[in-house]
Design a protein around this ligand. Structure first.
Ligand SMILES: O=C(O)CCC(=O)C(=O)O
Ligand SMILES: [Fe+2]
Length: 221
């Protein structure tokens, strides 16, 4: 097995053309079994360990001075990926390859990737929102990888995607099943997480293009 083959064993690269087409044609893509079960399990184990050690922090909304905790908007707890484990490094390597492929296909100028583990306890949700605002878009493409094996049909916790133009029209309802991967344009696609009935675990990530303001490369936004 060449190193390239070994790397590809972690994900289904045959989905790449459909992913690129989806982003271009409607601004989003959802693929099942995008990531291999082994790597999903390793990421899940790590997240569960973080949860047990109370190393997850309640997620805030807003940035800088406007950061606040709003359980009525967002109920997850998070831990930013920090390359601590082999599983994280594998996932980040894969996202780096995806970034290159998207840049080649879309001239997107994606520059870096940031991501966090997320844990939604039963009852938690994330109200309809955009991941970045037009014009100030540092986050260009949002990604979510789901980690719960065998998500029950009545488990709730689906991510609902809405149409870019008719923002009340639901276009996809994603069951948060391990290995499923969703990506969409951060400033175009409104989305929400419906209340979950089970502990729900995922990795949310964003490909960014850093904006430079007055010579200072966007440190926080
Ligand atoms: O977990 C999901 O399905 C989406 C999470 C989300 O929208 C976010 O973290 O911004
Ligand atoms: Fe979001």
């Amino acid at each position: 097995m060449t190193p390239r083959d070994a790397h590809h064993a972690f994900w289904d690269s045959t989905q790449l053309p459909a992913l690129i087409d989806g982003l271009v044609e409607r601004g989003w893509y959802v693929g099942e079994r995008f990531l291999g079960a082994g790597l999903c399990q390793e990421l899940l184990d790590e997240l569960q360990l973080l949860h047990q050690r109370a190393a997850l922090q309640e997620a805030a909304i807003g940035r800088g001075d406007e950061r606040t905790l709003r359980r009525d908007i967002r109920g997850d707890a998070i831990h930013w990926l920090d390359r601590e484990s082999l599983a994280q490094r594998r996932y980040l390597a894969l996202m780096s390859e995806l970034q290159q492929q998207i840049n080649i296909a879309l001239y997107a100028g994606l520059f870096e990737f940031e991501a966090h583990f997320a844990h939604y306890p039963p009852g938690a949700f994330y109200r309809k929102h955009y991941d970045s605002f037009r014009g100030r878009a540092n986050r260009i493409i949002s990604t979510v990888l789901y980690l719960n094996p065998d998500w029950p049909v009545d488990g709730g916790g689906e991510m609902v995607l809405y149409d870019e133009h008719e923002t009340e029209r639901e276009v996809a309802r994603v069951h948060p099943d391990a290995g499923t991967f969703a990506c969409f344009l951060s400033d175009r696609i409104p989305h929400e997480v419906l209340p979950t009935r089970q502990p729900r675990v995922s990795i949310a990530g964003w490909f960014r293009r850093n904006a430079s303001l007055g010579g200072v490369i966007d440190p926080a936004a």
